[in-house]
Design a protein around this ligand. Structure first.
Ligand code: GCO
Length: 474
């Protein structure tokens, strides 16, 4: 860490934010006319989620959003990345609008703007309407149209105040986990061919929704999306290993949808990558004339969710290979390795391939957080993790990568899908019984990072939590 340098290299108007998602924090799973999502149904099955956890209440954000926005203001967020629950707005996924559901997002957006926090809206963060799942879900040929019609309802209501939009969150996950190994909703263990067909419909949905936003938004929209950024980093600085890491980020494997280019290339270039067509062979989806003209829409930024990178080196045969783990190397509560270079390499790779501004739409870690005897939540690992990763991101910026913003995952501890409440990712601790919020030390640490536009990342004294206790919380 460069201790002399106390000025940061983040751009003047860099967007410092935090993120969450509807099903993970809102609760109110059937309140005010909301329809069920595939996650409401999936969590009814006792053996699907750790300890039978579900999101029926979660952080009760639906009722506590005023307090939560006040905490975001205390932290000094420039922006908050929220997702809209499709079945809260359209209980059956299409047709009749649930005005009360739409009004919640209306109030939330107004509350954020009152706090000078820009709302960044993700239209799909996995809570697909169950009524449409019964009609085929993402496998249904009409699914792109359903999604586009839903997008119009949200854009008509919010686009006079919202200008930053993301269509889909992590198709690699909701296809690979939800429609591949079945560990996520809707829990379909489908063969690869059907996964790729569902993925193709999701890409069409991205394109149609992008067209809908651009055609109907009141404020000039900035449109992106939030895929996984699959990141590899070289285990040495040799040219060989650097190339191996790049090869890893380019790679598409025959038995997996976990990659960058199968998803990014259609969206940016309007074609599936040759490497993917070779890897998938006759499992590749049927592409109709005009499909790629729909999928490929002009984007204003390329979002990416990056948590951990894969240590990579050149193999003896010239291909890339994963290096062995180092005994005892740092890892998070999720057992994800702590690899700050992931943000550097991942953002650099995606920027160089897609020639778009980058937004880190998710980065963070889960820790063994709890409220200590002093009533505070001390999370030094989160502070050090985020500090290291942000220094890696700063290095990419210093080398010319056009990074526009960073959204820490997550503003609140929340429902971590199949892991339920086992993992705490939040800057704010949530007691799920009392619903008491406690800003963790990292929340105050992040406040200073935002205030100094990243300069404090170079100040090691800033990594000691006690310096944060003086800042009054809400
Ligand atoms: C994801 C999702 C988030 C997760 C977070 C931690 O990237 O998987 O966008 O909803 O909660 O990433 O796994």
């Amino acid at each position: 860490m460069n201790t002399e340098d106390t000025t940061g290299s983040f751009p003047k108007n860099f967007v410092w934010g935090a993120a969450a998602a509807a099903y993970q924090i809102e609760g109110a799973w059937n309140a005010d006319g909301k329809g069920p999502s595939v996650w409401d149904k999936f969590t009814e099955q006792a053996d699907k989620v750790w300890e039978g956890n579900h999101g029926r209440t979660a952080c009760d954000h639906y009722n506590r959003y005023t307090e939560d926005v006040a905490h975001m203001k205390t932290i000094g967020l420039h922006a908050y990345r929220l997702s809209v629950s499709w079945p809260r707005v359209l209980p059956k996924g299409r047709g009749a609008v649930n005005q009360k559901g739409l009004d919640f997002y209306d109030r939330l957006v107004d509350k954020l703007l009152e706090a000078s926090i820009a709302p960044w809206v993700t239209l799909f963060h996995w809570d697909f309407p169950y009524a449409l799942e019964l009609k085929g879900g993402w496998l249904a040929e009409d699914s792109p149209k359903w999604f586009s019609d839903y997008a119009k309802v949200v854009v008509d209501k919010l686009s006079d105040r919202v200008s930053n939009w993301m269509t889909l969150n992590e198709p690699q996950c909701f296809i690979g986990l939800g429609h591949g190994n079945g560990t996520h909703a809707p829990g379909l263990p489908l063969e690869l061919e059907k996964q790729l067909q569902a993925g193709h419909n999701a890409l069409l949905a991205h394109g149609m929704a992008s067209q809908t936003i651009r055609a109907n938004a009141v404020l000039k929209p900035k449109i992106g999306w939030a895929p996984v950024g699959v990141s590899h980093y070289p285990v040495t600085d040799s040219e060989e290993d650097r190339q191996a890491a790049i090869n890893g980020m380019n790679a598409i494997y025959p038995d997996s949808t976990w990659n960058n280019r199968w998803w990014g290339d259609p969206v940016v270039f309007g074609e599936y990558p040759e490497a993917g067509l070779e890897a998938y062979g006759d499992k590749a989806p049927k592409v109709k004339a005009g499909d790629f003209e729909i999928i490929k829409q002009p984007l204003d930024f390329y979002g990416c969710n990056i948590y951990s990178g894969i240590p990579t080196r050149m193999a003896a045969d010239g291909t890339h290979e994963k290096a062995e783990p180092v005994p005892g190397e740092a890892h998070t509560h999720f057992l994800w390795k702590v690899t700050p270079d992931a943000l550097y390499w991942g953002s650099k790779f995606l920027a160089e391939r897609y020639k778009l501004p980058i937004v880190i739409t998710e980065n963070g870690l889960s820790c063994h957080d709890w409220v200590a005897l002093d009533g505070k939540v001390h999370d030094p690992q989160r502070i050090d993790f985020l500090n290291r990763y942000l220094l890696g991101l700063e290095r990419a910026i210093q080398e010319g990568v056009d990074v526009r913003g960073y959204f820490q995952w997550s503003i609140l501890d929340n429902f971590e899908w199949a892991e339920g409440y086992k993992h705490r990712f939040g800057l704010i601790h949530v007691d799920y019984t009392s619903q008491k919020r406690t800003l963790k030390d990292s929340a105050y640490w992040y406040r200073k990072v935002i205030e100094t536009n990243g300069a404090s990342l170079h100040d090691p004294s800033h990594i000691t939590p006690e310096s944060n206790s003086t800042i009054a919380s809400v």
